[in-house]
Design a protein around this ligand. Structure first.
Ligand code: NAD
Length: 492
């Protein structure tokens, strides 16, 4: 396993994809200091990247501000053509980008390829949606006036992106900002800068003008400070933990920025006894183990009705033991390493806590040859609400299953949490599906499906899972200001 990622990176056709240079004002900056990028499956250093500082960020903010006027004045169709060309370059380089994602993030290569297509999809979708920022005409409330509402770009935007979807979370934010007419500065996660910087190279090749798209890597706290405090940054979009989201919201208050936050989830997954068991198990496998469990949509609290509880747990355990753990670059791998050892450790603490409080632990034997970033797929049955795993987000391949009696009871339990990103309901009853789609307190609900995300949907959470939406026309609106114009006495 050791050396696998390095060998793959050495064989990349595009050597510049591993140059690790930041993109500031149209120039590739190698930086005086460099940070090492690590393969999470082995702990081995595989490349290094520029370590940018506050002065670099200030330079980038000034360049973005300079580029704003020309970019906003470009016809939306022209901006769209550039975004489409960027998307097609991403698809042309899918294999190389996916190799970078797997090497630094750890997810299986097939999932990384899927992420590249998913990420390119946001650019294509916003390329078209930018032409549809229609605004409104309002029937007047006073004689003779004409009332218009226009949508105009908000100004320079900043995007702070996570390591679990190192490519798609960039294009979901940047696609919307650029289509709206806003320059954008991206600060990717320090764990996964290679795929991000490769995508930035393709943006330049697609014709995104100097200063309109920039990317700086370095210490998150240092680099986020100027983004928070500079008045020229008008919008900030972040994906990551609720804890960091709260800090950024507080920091952005000083300059009253538009803030969009995609934060943690703790998705309830409800399985009723009228459902086809195989279908429910297939759904929960997808909703729990995609991205090796490091997904804000992951099924975290799997509530199963008591009459089918035993058979569901048996079928789920049987499916889970088929999962192959290994390096994401190995063809047979289903579950890769956790990108950060802290995330793996949090999983272990949750497993130990649940076991100590009486949960039944069903897991493959720990493989001592694997590095500490690996967590073997684990099923915890008979979980109770007092266990850590029921109360806080799990970001790994650990599944918590809890029995329930009635619909009313499970809705109260599912909603009894400060997180509200996604929820899942598996039932054969149309009436129940409709009732629950109304009652579940989440931004997104999947009924009899674990697959619902994509460019046209408003992705986002309720309660402490976030603010605002990404994707869809609502995602474009995050980067636009409304301007109401009243033409007085024009119709008299
Ligand atoms: P995190 O919130 O610390 O990191 C997310 C991103 O925020 C990182 O890429 C980092 O660059 C940046 N960041 C960290 N501290 C910052 C700060 N003070 N100022 C500005 N930016 C900062 O999360 P983590 O510790 O890497 O992961 C732990 C938890 O975060 C996970 O268990 C999960 O709950 C959550 N998470 C959620 C998502 C998501 O898709 N919603 C993605 C990643 C992590």
């Amino acid at each position: 396993m050791v050396g696998l990622a390095s060998r793959h990176l050495q064989n990349l056709r595009r050597r510049d994809f591993v140059a690790g240079a930041a993109l500031i004002d149209g120039c590739w900056i190698a930086g005086e200091n460099r940070d090492v990028v690590v393969d999470p499956a082995t702990g081995e250093g595989i490349a290094d990247v520029a370590h940018c500082h506050v002065a670099d960020m200030n330079h980038a903010i000034a360049a973005a501000e300079r580029s704003f006027q020309a970019w906003r004045e470009l016809l939306p169709a022209r901006r769209g053509a550039i975004l489409k060309s960027w998307a097609s370059l991403m698809l042309d380089h899918s294999e190389e980008l996916a190799t970078l994602v797997t090497s630094e993030q750890g997810k299986p290569l097939a999932e990384a390829r899927h992420e590249i297509a998913y990420g390119a999809g946001f650019l294509e979708w916003f390329a078209a949606e930018g032409e549809r920022a229609y605004g409104e005409t309002i029937p007047s409330h006073q004689p003779g006036s004409l009332l218009h509402v226009r949508m105009q770009p908000i100004g320079v935007a900043a995007a702070i992106t996570p390591w679990n979807f190192p490519v798609a979370m960039i294009t979901r934010k940047a696609g919307a900002a650029l289509a709206a007419g806003c320059p954008v500065i991206v600060k990717p996660a320090p764990e996964t800068p290679l795929s991000a910087l490769a995508v930035a190279r393709l943006a330049v090749e697609a014709g995104v003008p100097r200063g309109v798209f920039q990317m700086l890597v370095g210490d998150p706290i240092e680099l986020s400070k100027p983004l928070l405090h500079d008045t020229r940054i008008r919008a900030l979009s972040f994906t990551g933990s609720t804890q960091v989201g709260r800090l950024l919201l507080e920091g952005a208050a000083e300059t009253v920025k538009r803030v969009s936050l995609e934060l943690g989830g703790h998705a309830p997954f409800l399985v009723f006894d009228d459902v086809d068991l195989d279908k429910a198990v297939k759904g929960v496998m997808a909703a729990k183990f995609a991205t090796s469990g490091q997904d804000c949509l992951a099924a975290n609290r799997i509530y199963v009705q008591k009459s089918i509880y035993g058979s569901f747990v048996d079928a789920f355990a049987a499916a889970m033991t088929q999962l192959k753990v290994g390096h994401g670059l190995e063809r047979s791998t289903d579950i890769g390493p956790m990108t950060k050892v802290s995330v793996a450790n949090k999983c272990r603490i949750q497993i130990e806590d649940a076991a100590a409080k009486g949960a039944r632990v069903i897991s493959a034997n720990q493989d001592a040859s694997l590095c500490p970033n690996f967590v073997l797929p684990t099923l915890l049955s008979d979980v109770t609400e007092d266990m850590l795993i029921a109360r806080e987000e799990t970001f790994g391949p650990v599944a918590a299953v809890l029995p329930f009696d009635s619909e009313e009871e499970v809705v109260t339990r599912a909603n009894g949490n400060e997180m509200g990103l996604a929820g899942y309901v598996y039932t054969d009853s149309l009436r129940r599906a409709l009732r629950l789609s109304e009652k579940i307190e989440c931004g997104m609900v999947g009924i009899n499906t674990a697959s619902f995300t994509g460019p046209p949907i408003p992705f986002g959470g309720w309660k402490q899972s976030g603010l605002g939406r990404e994707g869809s026309r609502h995602g474009l609106a995050e980067y636009m200001e409304l301007k109401y114009v009243c033409f007085g006495d024009v119709l008299a």
